[in-house]
Design a protein around this ligand. Structure first.
Ligand code: ZN
Length: 271
């Protein structure tokens, strides 16, 4: 599933090709754009940016297109007339300019409307941890601690994944950040002290910011397949630090699978 780093990299790839260009067509199979898309025909694209896991395309008439790729969505960029590799029936958004055809396939969440309406839909998001650490350190970290105190998250894993506390974190970065900070995904979120929350936020921020570029995500520094993560996706494999067997199970209120090392990240029951 794309996380905030992937969406930031996507915005970085789309922005130079779309920003400033005039829209020749906005359509798609999604009802948000199939009719309303005409509103931006002939208008200019003024920005393409990410907000957490959301991609925003802003137009000069004050309208914005918001997509969230969920587990299944993707954006592809083609030249006009180029044959698509994906099934056109899954093209939920087609955005054309004179030089580019940008297509969003299979995204579960698509919204197209006046900027205020889009802003309201993402108003709950916490600080975007794909931002550079120099921006996130300080005031933003203090905001994250106070948001964490208001969060309904049950476990440490839920807290790191709570988009209203730390926007952009998904399952992989959550697992890696909890491992690197030696926090069990299962401990109650309410048991985490301020310093631990700050450490988790800084770590998630460094992981997302470092991976907000094209190419595969790595949290270990290694790019070879099978060596990119500490615990994520490594159920039954030996911990890279202590050789204990990595465990995986659903945790907290979500049905997401957490990955952890029971020795490096003991919860009270396991300690
Ligand atoms: Zn370990």
């Amino acid at each position: 599933m794309p996380e905030g780093d992937t969406i930031r990299a996507l915005a970085g790839r789309l922005s130079p090709r779309l920003t400033g260009a005039t829209v020749t067509l906005l359509t798609g199979t999604h009802r948000a754009v199939s009719g309303e898309g005409l509103r931006v025909k002939g208008r200019r694209i003024v920005a393409v940016r990410s907000a957490g896991k959301h991609l925003l395309v802003e137009f000069d008439n004050g309208w914005t297109l918001r997509t969230h790729l969920g587990m299944t969505g993707s954006w592809r960029v083609y030249r006009p007339g180029q044959r698509w590799r994906e099934d056109p029936a899954r093209a939920r958004v087609v955005l054309e300019t004179p030089g580019v055809v940008a297509v969003c396939f299979s995204a579960p969440t698509i919204q197209f409307g006046p900027h205020d309406r889009i802003a309201a839909a993402i108003d709950h998001l916490g600080p975007d941890l794909a931002d550079p650490p120099a921006i996130v350190d300080g005031v933003v970290i203090a905001d994250i601690v106070s948001r964490a105190r208001r969060s309904n998250a049950a476990t440490a894993s839920d807290l790191v994944l709570d988009q209203s506390t730390m926007a952009g974190v998904g399952n992989a970065v959550s697992a890696e950040c909890l491992f690197l900070e030696r926090v069990s995904p299962h401990v109650p979120a309410s048991s985490l002290d301020d310093d631990t929350i700050r450490r988790l936020a800084r770590r998630a921020n460094r992981l997302l910011a470092a991976n907000a570029r094209p190419g595969v995500r790595t949290t270990t520094g290694h790019r070879t397949r099978g060596h990119r993560h500490w615990v994520y996706g490594r159920k039954g494999r030996p911990c890279r630090r202590c050789r204990s067997t990595i465990l995986a199970a659903p945790t907290g209120s979500s049905d997401r699978i957490a990955y952890w090392c029971p020795s490096c990240q003991p919860s009270r029951e396991e300690a």
